[in-house]
Design a protein around this ligand. Sequence first.
Ligand SMILES: Cc1cc2nc3c(=O)[nH]c(=O)nc-3n(C[C@H](O)[C@H](O)[C@H](O)COP(=O)(O)OP(=O)(O)OC[C@H]3O[C@@H](n4cnc5c(N)ncnc54)[C@H](O)[C@@H]3O)c2cc1C
Length: 406
Amino acid sequence: MVRPFVNWSGSLAFTPAGYAEPTTEEEVRELVLRARESGTTLRPIGSGHSSSPLVRTDDGTLVSLDRLAGVIDQVDECATAWAGTRLKALGEGLYEAGLAMDNLGDVDYQSIAGATATGTHGTGLGFGNLSTQVTGVRLVTGTGEVLEISAEHNADLLPAARLSLGVLGVVTQLTLDVQPRYELRRRSWCAPIEWTLDHLAELQHTNRNMDFYWYPRSDLAQIRTMNRADEVAEGEQWTARQVLEADPSAEVRELEIGPTHRTIPQNRELRFEEIEYMIPSEAFPACFAEVRRRILRRHRRTVAWRVLVRTIAADDIWLSNAYGRLTTTIACLQNTSLPYEDYFRDMESVFRHYGGRPHWGKKHWLTARELRPLLPRWDDFQAVRRRLDPDGVFLTPYLARLLGES
Ligand SMILES: Cc1cc2nc3c(=O)[nH]c(=O)nc-3n(C[C@H](O)[C@H](O)[C@H](O)COP(=O)(O)OP(=O)(O)OC[C@H]3O[C@@H](n4cnc5c(N)ncnc54)[C@H](O)[C@@H]3O)c2cc1C
């Protein structure tokens, strides 16, 4: 069955030669073996929320795991789910079992395999991206072999398989480190951007999760914090005092209290295009100052929306954009009805100047030449890729350029 593919934001559209929705792992294996024999390409897809062309294939087959979804089992604080499970369904399934994922990103529409394949992240100094919650991966490699990868099996492949861009194989199941469920309290308020930057370290260190949106047109920030509802966070007390000192008329709005999977993700109805780079945290103040200067000087008339700042803990996953360093992320969002390329390319040059690494699933213009020096385990990942997919079943022209393969 052939059908056109359009991603969430609408900027990536193509018609693949084939489309498949396998219902068993054996069917996934058959698809891989057939593609290998015929020398064609397979691209696994999740919910199509990425806007970089990771899933694009014009002459190959898109493989959706929508029909391989649901929580399979949970033992203590480890849960295994089918790769096609959407984050929302995963959250509900874990909640029923008394469990929760430690942290989440801004929405819950993605599949767990798609989200972890690009290092999707939320915010919080104490939390890595979602791929750091992956402790086991089951995948069908480019030769049709079914591999279990975990601390007990093929452990040497784990740092590559936890974030793999869909180039090591079709992931069929993922095992995640999860927590007993609890509730979070979400708060939000507006503050001048200068105040926000002056108090950023305190806000980040005393709240479980903290991020802010900067609105270039008003030069104001919207600060958002989340803390466990069963604890009085230092950050909440500190915030109340500081906010009143800064502006006695300011109002800290308590938005909601609820389980993590319903409180962290938000609804996003307005479609947008996005570039996001992961900046070493120590370079953030200078990088953000330059981003702000350039937007106010060059782009304020055309930038219709906002800039999001979050944090991610360092990790040891080979292609992770937080590999080996505490990271502060800067994301520029632009309504899909407006041009984005000049603006994003200008921002990319600033991010790169400060050692930024791009979000794999969002707009960027880097290829292997620029990426390799940014990721110390780049060559190790490529060696694993060649081993698991020697014939390039998962390699499209875009991915070959991205990864530096001929
Ligand atoms: C509205 C919106 C909000 C977002 N919020 C955040 C956020 O808060 N934080 C953040 O970091 N990012 C965010 N993103 C980016 C998004 O999380 C990533 O692009 C994510 O990868 C999309 O997941 P998906 O399920 O749509 O996968 P797709 O975009 O369909 O695919 C992404 C990658 O996963 C691979 N893949 C999918 N399934 C499999 C499988 N079974 N086996 C192997 N590989 C597979 C694909 O090949 C591809 O390389 C957001 C995007 C949008 C549009």
